[in-house]
Write a protein that binds this ligand. Sequence first.
Ligand code: PGA
Length: 263
Amino acid sequence: MAVNTRTPLIAGNWKMNLDHLQAVAFVQKLHWTLKDAKHDGGSVEVALFPPFTDLRTVQTLLDADKIPFALGAQDISSHDSGAYTGEVSGAFLAKLDNRYVIIGHSERREYHAETDEVVAAKVQAALKHGLAPVICVGETLEQREESGPTAVSVAQLEVALEGVPSNADIVVAYEPVWAIGTGQVASPEQAQEVCAALRGVITDKLGEDAAARTRVLYGGSVKAANIASFMREPDVDGALVGGASLVVDEFAAIIRYQKHVGV
Ligand code: PGA
């Protein structure tokens, strides 16, 4: 088996929280908290996903203070430009130094009726503009009971990876819908089982090199108290964190998860 050289990724999905002024205070505090704690930068990649209206402000701050967090958006239009009121193009996101974009989050699938085909089109749009899609997949409780733990996520990822080249820079996030914002966290074994199945899909669709290189994250009620247990699993390469990414000390403790290993 290939040696795991994947850099862990801790991603903070702010959802519709923190305006641009609150965002500045948050990023500064997080940076200082990690600095004071002598965070050994480089061992973990940190990515922040603020609302669209914060992106320019956060980008300017990261740039001015040389803060080593990556920036990402929470959504992207499948179109490049034109008469699409309310949509945001990947071209605009790329100009603001975004490295990532979340695609197919269950809240978008559920509240905005995003189908697997829409998700696939957005993945193509992201890649076209040099953004790495963070492709979210996951099952509801009913789906888990009906078709088992892996079938829904596997099927969703298969469609999302349609037409993606084998050298594409992508991230996959397994987010069981029943664990998002509910406090009902998946067990590390449950997360591992699905993340391993998703890596199998990457192998089938994009080849072994891509599967060995691509980060597969777990998301759903991740906290400082449980992050280390997920990170011990061989196919979990990081976390997509919602609620706990809005609390500086909690998110900083998640980023410094190595300190919890073995405790
Ligand atoms: P949560 O959200 O950490 O609040 O459960 C995770 C997500 O939706 O990405």
